[in-house]
Ligand binder design. Structure first.
Ligand code: ZN
Ligand code: FE
Length: 258
């Protein structure tokens, strides 16, 4: 049964990051995902007269953990992150890894390991809410750069995300959608869904609006990094016989130099 008792507030930060603040409407518990900076989070918590119970970190990069210690100091909140990155996640308390879960309010939050962008990258899956906080693993029409993982690892990570329901709301950590779409069109120009979505994205961005959250059903149709197994993309890349991992690696390589 869908549990609607989760409020999500989307907070733009830096030039293109999103920090999320979530609140369980029953228990009043509050969390924030990837607070790269503390100020905008404190501002909203103050306005709402909310405390902060948890910080959820997807990975250790400064634009995701930069606000950890300031927020912990102020609210005495618990910080959740990948155990393998305990030395790189400031103030970490609860060390989790792939396949583990914990509770927020009365719902279960599942941790999915998504090595690729970094070794210890994880995403948070709120099954009862069909909500996914995916950090820098999956973006709308894109995926994170491979700083620490191999293409095969990232493809495996994205394949795990692909198995979640189409109605999943995708809350990623960056507004990269329009630039990602411009690249996506170079490998999948005949994709009508992609062309149509790009028109909508351009309109939203020209009005200064956010394109996030996306949803997973749409991403499966338009995001080339989820579509390394797609015949038309393989034809376009002249890689009909290649493995999915090889096609994914080639799409990622092209994006890196786009
Ligand atoms: Zn990152
Ligand atoms: Fe980032």
């Amino acid at each position: 049964m869908l549990d609607e008792n989760l409020e999500v507030i989307q907070v733009p930060a830096f030039s293109d990051n999103y920090i999320y603040i979530i609140r369980d409407l029953i228990s009043g518990q509050v969390g924030t995902i990837d607070p790269g900076t503390a100020e905008p989070v404190i501002k909203i918590l103050d306005e709402k007269s909310w405390k902060l119970d948890f910080i959820f970190n997807t990975h250790h990069h400064p634009d995701h953990v930069g606000g950890n210690l300031t927020l912990k100091d102020r609210y005495d909140c618990k910080i959740i992150g990948h155990g393998a990155d305990q030395r790189r996640i400031p103030g970490i308390d609860l060390k989790v890894s792939d396949g583990e879960s914990f509770t927020f309010g009365n719902r279960e939050v599942n941790v999915i390991g998504t090595t690729g962008h970094t070794k210890g990258h994880i995403v948070y899956w709120f099954a009862q809410n069909n909500v996914l906080f995916c950090g820098d693993t999956l973006f709308s029409m894109g995926c994170g750069r491979l700083f620490e993982g191999t293409p095969a690892q990232m493809w495996e990570s994205l394949t795990k995300i692909k198995q979640l329901p189409d109605i999943t709301k995708v809350y990623c950590a960056h507004e990269y959608t329009e630039a990602n779409g411009a690249f996506a069109l170079t490998v999948d120009p005949q994709n009508e869904n992609l062309v149509q979505y790009m028109t909508e994205v351009k309109r939203l961005r020209s009005e200064g609006l956010m394109t996030i959250p996306s949803n997973l059903g749409l991403e499966k149709k338009v995001n080339p990094f989820l579509r390394a197994d797609d015949l038309r993309i393989r034809q376009n890349l002249k890689m009909i016989e290649a493995t999915d991992e090889e096609v994914f690696a080639e799409i990622r390589r092209r994006k890196d130099i786009f």
